[in-house]
Design a binder for this molecule. Sequence first.
Ligand code: DC
Length: 228
Amino acid sequence: MKTFAQRRGLLITIDGPAGAGKSTTARALASRLGYAYLDTGALYRAVAWVVRRTGIDCADVGAMEALLSSIDVHVSLEEGVTRTFIDNQEITEQLRSPDISRLASTVAALPHVRNRLLPIQARYSREGGIVAEGRDMGTRVFPDADVKFFLEADLETRTTRRYQEAVRAGHAETRRDIRLAIQERDANDRSRATAPLKPAADAVVIDSSSLTVDQVVENMMEWIPGHS
Ligand code: DC
């Protein structure tokens, strides 16, 4: 069987907590390499969006399973953007609110949601040439990835980054709200039984607290075969 490297390109994963800089870095790295960028958080956000719209109680396993088997969740990978669809409706612009962020973390802890999204994510890697970003890319979805990164940053840095994003997006959250929401999501994502957030044993761990995006990307390039 051919490895990813022998096909169109490598499979690179970036995992880490909210605000560590995964999306910005993953997009910049993908663009530098001419690769596609896959934001897997968008799939969990899409499930949260449907749960919110239908009013289903996500603790009701039967209702959630029926919902998950009745919808088609997919993304389309375009330069620097992951466009997200439920059936044929594009919902990309509706997934970044604080409410959807919180609910996405809740639905992401449900094993049947994770199991349903697993093959959907795996299918995007077939051709290689992809930078995939999430929480369990290196540990569960792509355990055979060519290069795995785990991006960390301290809580204050992550709070500042998310606060600046919220101000730009016109969301009326205070720094304190954002810090609490990050702490709550981290605790959820790290402590869940199924695919908790943690570095893969073979991941390169990078702390981005005092680094610019360019510095993180330069650091990553040194680990990518044929590109250092
Ligand atoms: O990266 P993000 O903030 O868009 O992710 C939204 C939520 O989905 C987050 O709470 C963690 C969860 N998630 C996950 O559990 N596994 C992934 N591969 C991606 C996201």
